[in-house]
Design a protein around this ligand. Structure first.
Ligand SMILES: Cc1cc2nc3c(=O)[nH]c(=O)nc-3n(C[C@H](O)[C@H](O)[C@H](O)COP(=O)(O)OP(=O)(O)OC[C@H]3O[C@@H](n4cnc5c(N)ncnc54)[C@H](O)[C@@H]3O)c2cc1C
Length: 245
């Protein structure tokens, strides 16, 4: 892996342990929204690094939306970093969780849990989804309303693109006044997600799923029952998946 230096320009804390680092890393090569870079640092026993979706399009400043994992090797270190600190970032991005790898469709569903919102923020900041889909629905699952990061930006997209864009927050551990309460899978099963978004899942959808592995597996099974399947080059379907762990 080739590393290049990144300097933390801003640290935005959404909640304890949930944060966005904006780093200046001018040597990172151009990448597609939805791809990931490695963040890391040299330690006495070797280089410690993990992959992170970039939450912004390519540019001199790059955003990473991160949650601290208790007992994790890297995230407690990232959480303790501040403006001006330096870390390593991989020069080249990787991954195929991009709009180019999603099927052509009328509706784009961007479904994520926790920091699985990151790749969608990067995509929505470019023209591509706005030009290619009649309807875009962002579904963000979190435990508590306070963990619904990027709400102001998403609200701005709603007001700028009425009819084209819907944002549906889903909160699992408390009532959610502006969205739905429960798990994403429950809201798919009981139809409340489609009601709230004002559109149904169909074969004319591209569905991107990102985040927690249980949510990904359960969503895949629910969609399979409706003959909505993974999109592959040899067997076109609707679903593209990014698994965080
Ligand atoms: C392609 C890709 C993109 C990713 N993008 C992001 C991102 O944008 N933001 C982000 O926060 N993370 C992202 N991750 C997860 C990230 O790479 C690390 O796994 C995570 O930050 C934990 O690292 P750690 O060294 O602190 O924990 P580790 O010591 O590596 O692992 C501890 C354990 O925690 C679990 N774990 C990992 N992530 C989580 C989580 N979010 N919540 C609960 N448990 C978890 C795993 O079971 C893991 O074995 C991404 C992973 C992949 C594969």
């Amino acid at each position: 892996m080739k590393w290049t230096p990144a300097t933390i320009e801003r640290k935005r804390v959404w909640d304890e342990g949930l944060f966005t680092l904006t780093v200046r890393a001018p040597e990172v090569q151009p990448f597609k929204p939805g791809q990931f870079l490695q963040l890391g640092m040299e330690l006495p026993d070797g280089h410690l690094h993990r992959p992170y979706s970039v939450a912004s399009p390519h540019g001199e400043l790059l955003e990473f939306f991160i949650v601290m994992v208790d007992g994790g090797a890297l995230t407690p270190r990232l959480w303790n970093m501040n403006e001006g600190d330096q870390l390593d970032v991989s020069e080249k991005a990787a991954g195929s969780f991009t709009l180019e790898h999603a099927p052509a469709a009328s509706t784009l569903w961007l479904i994520g849990t926790g920091t699985g919102l990151a790749p969608y923020i990067a995509m929505l900041r470019t023209e591509t989804p706005w030009l290619n889909y009649r309807k875009i629905v962002v579904v963000h699952g979190a435990r508590y309303s306070r963990d619904l990061a990027y709400q102001d930006e998403l609200a701005h997209y709603t007001s700028r693109n009425p009819g084209q864009f819907s944002y549906v927050p889903i909160v699992s551990r408390e009532a959610c006044s502006e969205g739905l309460s429960g798990r994403i899978t429950t809201c798919i099963e009981n139809g409340s997600l489609e009601d709230k978004a004002g559109i149904a899942f169909s074969k004319d959808c591209a569905i991107m799923l990102c985040g927690n592995p249980d949510m990904l597996n359960d969503c895949e099974s629910l969609f399979a029952a409706r003959e909505i399947t993974k999109h592959k080059a040899k067997s076109p379907g609707q679903i593209v998946i990014e698994r965080y762990w």
